[in-house]
Design a protein around this ligand. Sequence first.
Ligand code: SF4
Length: 1021
Amino acid sequence: MLARLAELLGAPELMAIETGADHPRPLTRAVLGAALRAALDEEPGILAPVSLHPSTEAALVATYRDLRQAGPRERARLRGCSARAADVVRLTGRARQLLKGRWYDVDDLSDAAARALEAGRVSLEDIGPVALHLPDVLRPSEVRLLAALSERTKLRVIVGLTGDEQADSAQRALAGLLAGRLGCDPVDVDEAMSADDVSADDVAAADREPGGAERGGQEFPTVSHRSTTPYSVAEIVSAPDPESEVREAIRRVLAHGESGGSIARCAIAHPGSRRYERLLAEQLELVGITWNGPSRGTLAEAPEALVLSGLVALATPPLELERSAVIAWLGRGPIVTSRGEPVPAGGWDRTSRRAGVVAGIGEWRGRLTAYARRCDVERPVDSMLALGLRDFVDHLADLCDELVHCTSWVSVARWAEAALKDYVAWTDDDVHRQIVLALEELPGLESLEPLAGLPAPVRHERISRTLTTSLDRAAPRVGRFGHGVVVAPVASLVGVEAELLVIVGAIEGELPGRTSDDPLLPVRERVRAGTASLIRERTDVRDRRHLVALLCGAARSVVTTARLDHREGKPTILSRWFDGDLGSGAVGTSMGSFAGSLHRVARGDVPACDALDYELASLLMWQEAEGAGPHHFLAAMAPEFAAALEVGRARAGSFLNRFNGSVGPNLDSGAVGQVSSGKLLSATTVETYATCPFRGFLRHELRLEVIDAPERRTTIEPRDRGSLVHEVLERFVKEWLDSGRPWSGWAAADHVRLAELAVEAFDEYERRGLVGKALFWGLEKSQILLDLHRFLDSDDRCCRATGRVPIAAEYNFGGASAPPLELVAAGRPVRFRGKIDRVDRAPDGSLSVVDYKTGSSGSFTVLDSDPVGRGERLQLAIYGLAVETGPGGSGTTSGERSPRDSVCDVGAVSAEYRFVSSRAERESIGIVLDERARHRVGEALDVLVAMIDSGSFPARPGAPDRAGYKNCQLCEFDALCVADRDRAWQRVRSDPRLREYVALVEPDDLSLADDLDPNGATDAV
Ligand code: SF4
C-alpha cells in the first residue's frame, strides 16, 4: 500500500521537525474539525449565519481535503470565482496554518517521504524494488513520491484495464500522467497478471538500474496497462428484500463449498452502505461461516463508546437529567454501579416511573426518597431499588456537573477517563485501547480551540461534537485475509481474484451511489477556475470502474438485488448496469418471497444456508403436504417446538384449554387463591373477571401492571384524578362528622373548606409527580374545583329533598372499620372487603350507600335494568349488603350468609353512584337492595366464584366498538392480547363449562353460541 510506504519513509522525516516539546501527530477528523471551527470563530465571513452548524463543518472538512491538492495558483484562481469561494479558500488555508507542523496528513507524509528520498536520508535496502499494483486514484503528493522513488529503486506501476471504455478512461489517464511524470512510456501487458506475478517475477528478473537505465531488456520505471480476461455476470438473482438477498448470497457461497470449491476463495461485495455491511455480518455470524473484511462499524458504535457519548449528552446544560434520557442511557452499554455490579436498568425504570420522576436532580432525590418511604414496609425490595437509584443518580449528577465546568481539553480528557472508569465494565480490550487513544488526542486541541471563555452551552456542544468525531473511526478489522469468505465494499475488493464473487445490493442509489456536488465549491466554479484536478470524480463513473475491475478478477460472478426497500417502504430499481450491458447474458432468477426462497431450498436448487434455513424449508413442505401428519421430526428433537405446535393447535380449538384461558384451580395467588383460602376479595376484582376473565387473570393472578412513563403524562391520569377527588370528599365529610355540628345542609363556609382541602390535595399530588404538564394541570385544577362545588350543591339539594344525612365516610369493611362481608357463593364461603365512600341515613332509618365516580355515567346505565349489570356492576349491591350489618344498619345476622337472605327490612338499603364530574350525563344512578337485586347478586356471584374457582379465564373483548372492542377500549393489556381475540372468544364461548358465564354476561347472544359450527376448528388437547 502506497500510504504505508509513505508512512515508513516519511514519518522519521516528520518526527525530526522541531515543534517544541511535541512531535507532530497524525491528523484526525476531530482535529481537522477543531481547526476549521477555530478558523470560523476567528472570521466566518460569508458563512457567519451557518458557522455553528455541524453540516458547515462537515462540508468544510470535505472541501479542505480537496484543496490540500491545490497549489497556490489554483487557490488564487478559485478565490476569484465568488465571495463564497474566496472565504472557503481563506478558511481552509487558515486551518492549514493552524495545523501545520503539529499534525500531519497523507500529503505531508508523502511529501516528507519524497524529500527524504531526494535528500538520500532514507535507506531502501530493506525495501528493494517496488511494484504498485492496480492503483485507483493518486493524489499529486503520491505522484511526487513515486517520482522520487523511481530515482532510488526499481519501480513498476501496473494500471488495470478492463476493456470497458468508460471504466478504463480514468485509468488510461492515470497511466499517462504517471508515465509523463516518471519519464517512460506506458506498456501494454497482454496476459493476465497478478500482484504476485509482478513482484516475484517481473521485478526480480529485471536488471535495469534505477533512474531509467536499462538492463536485461526490462526498463524501469515502468507503467504497464494490465489487460484482463473477459468478464461476465453468470446470474442475477432478484430477492424480495435485502434480508433474503443476503441469505441467498450466503447460500451461493455454501453451494460453492459443497461443489468442491474453496470458501476462502469466495468474495461477497456490497455497495459500502451500513445496512448491507450489518446484514452480512449478522447473517454470516448466525450461520457460523468464517469471514474477514473491514470492520462492521465504527468505534462510536461500540457499547462502551455509546456509554461515554450518552453520558456527554446527559451533561448538556442546563442539567435536566430527564428520566427517559437517564433510563435510555442505562440501556446503552455495560454500565455498572459503584460496587461494580451491572445496573438493574429494568428495575430502575419501573421504580422511577412509580416514583413519578420526570426530570431534575431535585425530583430524583425527593421523589425517590418519598417513594422509598412509601414502600418501606410493604415492598422493601422496591424501597431498596429506589434508594440505590437515588444514590446512583446523585453521583451521575455530580459527574455531569463536572463536565459542564470543564474549561480545558485536558480536563475533558481526564473527565472522560474518570467517567469510563466509574461506569464501564470493559468487554473488549481492542475497543478499550482505541477509546483511550482517541481520548489522548484531546489535550492537543487546546492550542486550536481553547474552551475557556466560551459560554457553557457552546462549550458543551464543542466537546460533544469533538468526542463524537474522535470516536468515529473504523473499529478493528474482522478476521484475517485468506481465512474464510472475504466481505467488503466493492471498491475495497478490486484486485481480489475469487473463484466465486457475489455482489449484493445491485440497486439504483447503491450501485451506483447517489452523486452530490460540493455546496461550498461547486463543480462549475472548479471548472471555471481551471482546476480540473480538483474536480471530484462522479460517483457513477467511479463505481462502474470499481465494479468492472472487480468482475475482472472473478471466475464466476453472481449479482443479487432486492425488490423492496424496507426502510423507505417502496420498490427498488435494478442497477442500470445490470439491467443493461453488464447483465446481458446473465441468467435471471426471481425469488418470489421468503417462502419462495425456502421452496428453492426444499427442492434442492440451493443449499440451506444454516440449520434454521433447512428446518424452515422442511416445515414449509410439511405444512403444505397433503394430509401432513401430526408429527414433524423437529417436534421429536425439540420439546419447545413440540410445545409451540401444541399451542397453535390448541388455540385454534373450540374448547377451553390451557392455552386459551383454562389455567386450572391450582393457583395460590390472586382471586383463585383468595377464594380457595378464604382471603378477602374486592367487588371490583370480581367485576373485572365478569367483564373479561383474561384481564382479571393478568391483573389479579399474574399481577401484571402497566406503569406509565410520567414524562408522557400531559395531564393527571383519570385514576389519580378519581383518587384525589375521593380523598378531598372523604376528609371533608369526616371533618363534618367529627365536628358534631347538626345537619343544616352545606353552607358557603363548607364550600370554602372544600376548596381549601382541594388545594392541599393538589399540592400533595404535585409533590408526587402525578399531575402532568403545568399548563394542563392548571386547567384541570380549575375543573376539579368547579366539579367539587357543583357536587356540593347537588348533594345539598339531594339531602334536603330526601332528608338524608351522612352518617359515615370511608367505611372500611374487611379493614379498619368493620369485619369483612361474609357470603356464601357457589356453595363456598367468600369474604369481601371494601371501602364505601359514604353512608347516608334517611329519616325513616333506611340507609343509602354513596360511591363517588369522577368519569362519565354512560357505562353505569346498565344498572337501570339489572342491579348487578350482568355481573360487571356488582359493587353497589355488595356494598349494600355490607352496610346492612354496618353503621346504622338494622341487620342482626353476622357471619356467613347467602346474598339472597334478607337480614334487615326489605328496601331498607339502597346504593348509588354519585357523579362528581361535569362530563357525567346524570347526577346519580343507583339500585335498591330488594328481593330481585339480592337474587341477581346471588346468581352472579355463584357463576363468577365458580369460574374463578375453576381457573377459567378466557379473553372476552366484548362487542365491536369504534376501531376495537368495548372491553378492550381502556384495557391496559390491549397490546398483550391476541389479535384475533374476537374470533377466539366466539370459538370458546360454546364450551359447556362457560355456558352459565355466557348466560350471565351475554344473555342476549346465547343463540350465537348454539349456532357456532363445532367443526370450525379442532381441539387437539
Ligand atoms: S384486551 Fe380485551 S380481550 Fe384482552 S384482556 Fe383486555 S379486555 Fe380482555
